[in-house]
Write a protein that binds this ligand. Structure first.
Ligand code: NDP
Length: 249
């Protein structure tokens, strides 16, 4: 059972794992946890100072030296993502895992009134950039012994709901990507695509979506790390095309 998986200091030993949105929220805790499990983490995110703070925390714990990759997924071109892949290739030669965690909420409003510019921003960060980055990194993941791509959905990605607008649509798209990439690589034993639905978790995004809610009633990012680590381990090499709910109903 992956939700009860107990990770250890060597669970991800010598793995190289890229985390998007690594400066805050769930991504920050995932990056720190991966480092604590022995991985070299590549910290991708928008706000450089946040990435530097995560870098410093990992350094102060004496863990494998991380790398900082500042990139605005809303503005970044496909060429920039390929450049990033080339950089990783030069430095490390391969990539064992990618956690696509970065996302924006956009507006919670009826589609009839949804601002088209916000719509495009949300689709760009949460879906188009996820596709472009995945495509750019696949050669490096194929070069790994067992490459793991983990997308991040939401309950409204599995089942869209009124007022969740572009966010819900972008997450549906990510679940679709999980299925399509899985089918298209089904003859490759050394590459897998899965998706995590973290469920209600105590972060800034959740607080924006539910301003009236007491954050202390929610589980923390730390509480859901079993699944995040498990999917990156070799024990999960046979797990493919799944949407894993961290908060089973
Ligand atoms: P946060 O808003 O706390 O963190 C999001 C992270 O994504 C930040 O580090 C942010 O960087 C980064 N990011 C946003 N825009 C960009 C961009 N243009 N380029 C690069 N990085 C960017 O969100 P959570 O931690 O709550 O969410 C993490 C994931 O989990 C998301 O995919 C979210 O949809 C999903 N999720 C969360 C739930 C929850 O209850 N928290 C529930 C269901 C799903 P910066 O701070 O620099 O802007």
């Amino acid at each position: 059972e992956m939700r009860a998986f107990e990770y250890q200091a060597d669970s991800l030993k010598d793995k190289i794992i890229l985390v998007t949105g690594a400066g805050d929220g769930i991504g920050k805790v995932a990056a720190l946890t991966y480092a604590k499990c022995g991985a070299t983490v590549l910290l991708l995110g928008k706000t450089q100072s946040k990435l530097e703070a995560v870098y410093d925390e990992i350094e102060s714990l004496g863990l494998a030296e991380p790398a900082i990759l500042p990139l605005d997924l809303e503005k970044a071109s496909f060429a920039q993502m390929q450049e990033l892949a080339n950089l990783i290739e030069k430095e490390f030669g391969h990539l064992d895992g990618v956690l696509h965690n970065a996302a924006i909420l956009g507006a919670l409003t009826p589609l009839e009134m949804y601002d088209p510019i916000t719509f495009e921003q949300v689709m760009r960060v949460n879906s188009t950039a996820v596709f472009m980055l995945t495509q750019s990194l696949i050669p490096l993941l194929r070069a790994a012994q067992s490459g793991s791509v983990v997308f991040t959905s939401s309950s409204v990605g599995t089942k869209p709901r009124a007022f969740w607008g572009a966010y819900a649509l972008s997450k549906q798209s990510v679940e679709g990507m999980t299925t399509i990439f899985t089918q298209e690589t089904q003859n490759m034993t050394a590459l897998r695509f899965n998706c995590i639905n973290p469920g209600a978790t105590r972060t800034n995004m959740r607080a924006h979506a539910f301003p009236g809610e007491d954050p202390y009633t929610l589980k923390t990012p730390e509480d859901i790390m079993s699944v995040y680590v498990y999917l990156m381990t070799d024990s999960a090499s046979g797990v493919k095309g799944q949407v894993v709910d961290c908060q089973p109903k």
